[in-house]
Design a protein around this ligand. Structure first.
Ligand code: FAD
Ligand code: N01
Length: 544
């Protein structure tokens, strides 16, 4: 009850508005726009000094999207999309960030965003039904709605290596790259991590560095992205069809339409047809490969065929046969960790100044003053790049002290894994929404499609509450329990739990091993959340 008293005092002193949004990436920006359209007073808080989220923070060399640019953009405004022209099949980080700034200008978003301000706590005051939000800059704001647009991949993480403080060189995390860039010319560089960020940055860093040592714990499936400049006619065509295309994208499992899934199971395909399908899709580049046949992601046996095809291609890309074998993923099915798309990643290891250290033989013991120590050997480096990923999906949310009814802590509630209803709300936390929260398709999809799906749903919900004079909406325990069980059951019927992935929380020591995203697809999920809304928010309790 002390927390209640504290909250009551805080809300008496605080600025009062309709809604707080935390985060100004793609999600927070669009949410702000939609709530303003409803005539609500809104305050966005963003830790960075500008908009962009992922694309503001991840400025490492080689950073670019892996969903094609023509699909990795907002689809809610014809005017916005017609005013922007993408230059490459997969846009590089600076271009995506410029696009986000263009949207922020166009919609005049910045005036409601407080930058360089991190939200530290959000506490629900049951007496007046308001959220009291506090920041590291001393802001205290009360709002009826609190919307977390904090991102699934925004809590960058450097593992707790002993000795890092003693390292005499510079170190960087890909997810917090210096804005002014880094010049590695003439330097010996160590890169730790070979996920998407490592695989994108290693070839570019190798072009500059005098010596590059890559520390690989798990080899990943990677295939050529097939990046290229976009042809003017395809850009123009996309401008004519984008809004219609986006409607179609919502009807697909991944929110992507640039390739089609072949529904035929592998055993029904003739060997030459199968080979042709795999070859064509490999050449096409991108995620099309995972749609080569119907059961590729369904059974171990079927998956193994595509995995072996990929390994053969990967092996052929590296001349040094010993190194090639080390770069081959052998401990997980293809597609159950995010597939990596690269430009000359494997070929980089044939360069005389690039070395691979396989951490499956010896893990990193510590960081020394001079470099990285592993297997009793010190690998000297002038700079270390941590491409070591994120505390994904829950990290940014649980970094905030979020308390609901009776002062209950979200951290405590989620101690054994996140519990949400539809990935949008959590029982005991009224009027608190998550955009692309755990339990929704989120990271298994084109994220912008999923973001728009959630923002539109939340907007309709807020409209229903305000127009209906309803004070609050809150997931019921029963609906939440059923949803959590459903998400787990779906995941356990797939190959996903077979990998030590960040989807499972496996990259963070001590994090509960739970498969966090919803595997049923954007299309199926969209129908479910629409049906819930149509049934006047079935599974939620609406408070008078
Ligand atoms: P973010 O962009 O992560 O924004 C969240 C914002 O919230 C951040 O700016 C952060 O500073 C802020 N924030 C968090 N906590 C607080 C707090 N307590 N107080 C104040 N501010 C806070 N997805 C795809 O679909 N396709 C891709 O090609 C793709 N490429 C990616 C490449 C990289 C390098 C990475 C890391 C991710 C990629 N993703 C991709 C996923 C990407 O995160 C999403 O596509 C999308 O950008 C997420 O937008 P968001 O607004 O939800 O979150
Ligand atoms: O992070 P990751 P990321 N010692 O977690 C290793 C999106 N994204 O930033 O696999 C040694 O995938 C870790 O090893 P292991 C995309 O969704 C997209 O690369 O845990 N190594 C792994 O190799 C992606 O999936 C793009 O065994 C350690 C690496 O660090 C997500 O963001 C580009 C270690 C981390 O890989 C995250 O990608 C970039 C330790 N103690 C990101 N701890 C596009 O292409 C971790 N590692 C669009």
């Amino acid at each position: 009850m002390a927390a209640q008293g504290e909250n009551a005092r805080a809300s008496a002193q605080s600025e009062q508005i309709d809604a707080v949004i935390v985060g100004a990436g793609f999600a927070g920006m669009y949410m702000l726009h939609r709530l303003r359209e409803l005539g609500l007073s809104v305050q966005v808080f963003e830790a960075g000094d500008s908009v962009g989220g992922t694309w503001y923070w991840n400025r490492y060399p080689g950073a670019r999207c892996d969903v094609e640019s023509l699909e990795y953009q907002y689809g809610f405004s014809d005017e916005i999309q017609r005013g922007w022209t993408w230059s490459e099949r997969y846009a590089a980080q600076p271009e995506i960030l410029r696009y986000q700034n263009y949207v922020a200008d166009k919609l005049d978003l910045r005036r409601d965003i407080r930058f360089e301000t991190r939200v530290t706590s959000a506490k629900y005051n049951e007496r007046n039904g308001l959220w009291v939000v506090e920041t590291d800059k001393g802001d205290l704001v009360s709002a009826r709605f609190c919307i977390m647009a904090t991102g699934c991949l925004s809590a960058a993480r450097i593992p707790d290596f002993d000795g890092l403080d003693d390292f005499e060189g510079e170190h960087y995390h890909t997810g917090g790259w210096p804005h002014e860039g880094v010049d590695f010319s003439g330097q010996r560089v160590a890169v730790i991590g070979t996920g998407s960020s490592g695989i994108q940055s290693i070839p570019v860093i190798a072009e500059q560095a005098k010596q590059l040592t890559v520390f690989q714990r798990t080899a990943n499936f990677t295939l050529p992205a097939g990046n290229r400049p976009l042809r003017p006619e395809e850009v123009e065509r996309s401008k004519e069809t984008l809004l219609e295309d986006r409607r179609h994208a919502r009807e697909t499992p991944g929110g992507i339409i640039c390739f089609e899934y072949n529904r035929t199971p592998v055993e029904e395909m003739a060997p030459d047809a199968l080979q042709k399908e795999l070859e064509t899709r490999w050449k096409q580049g991108g995620f099309a490969f995972l749609g080569a046949y119907g059961d590729l992601m369904a059974t171990q046996e079927a998956n193994q065929i595509a995995a072996e095809f990929a390994r053969t291609k990967m092996r052929a890309s590296v001349k040094n046969k010993d190194v090639a074998e080390k770069l081959l993923p052998v401990d997980h099915p293809i597609g159950v960790k995010r597939l990596c798309l690269d430009t000359d990643y494997l070929e980089t290891f044939d360069k005389p100044h690039v070395d691979l250290v396989d951490l499956r033989e010896n893990s990193i013991e510590r960081i020394s003053r001079k470099g990285v120590v592993c297997g009793g050997k010190e690998y000297e480096a002038d700079a270390i790049v941590f491409a070591t990923g994120f505390d994904a999906m829950t990290g940014a949310l649980l970094a905030i002290d979020i308390r609901g009814r009776n002062g209950a802590e979200l951290r405590e509630k989620w101690a054994a894994g996140p519990r949400t209803y539809l990935g949008l709300g959590s029982a005991g936390f009224p009027n608190l929404f998550f955009i692309t929260g755990p339990g929704s398709p989120s990271v298994l999809s084109n994220m912008i499609v999923s973001i728009e799906q959630h923002v539109d749903w939340i907007t309709d919900c807020v409209k229903r509450l305000t127009e209906g004079n309803i004070r609050s909406i809150e997931a019921t325990r029963e609906a939440e329990d059923e949803w959590v069980a459903h998400v787990n059951e779906l995941a356990s019927g797939t190959l996903y739990p077979q990998a030590n992935s960040w989807y499972m929380g496996a990259n963070i020591p001590g994090k509960p091993r739970v498969f966090m995203p919803y595997t049923g697809g954007v299309n199926v999920y969209g129908k479910k959340i629409d049906a819930v809304a149509a049934a006047d928010y079935e599974g939620f309790q609406l408070g008078a």
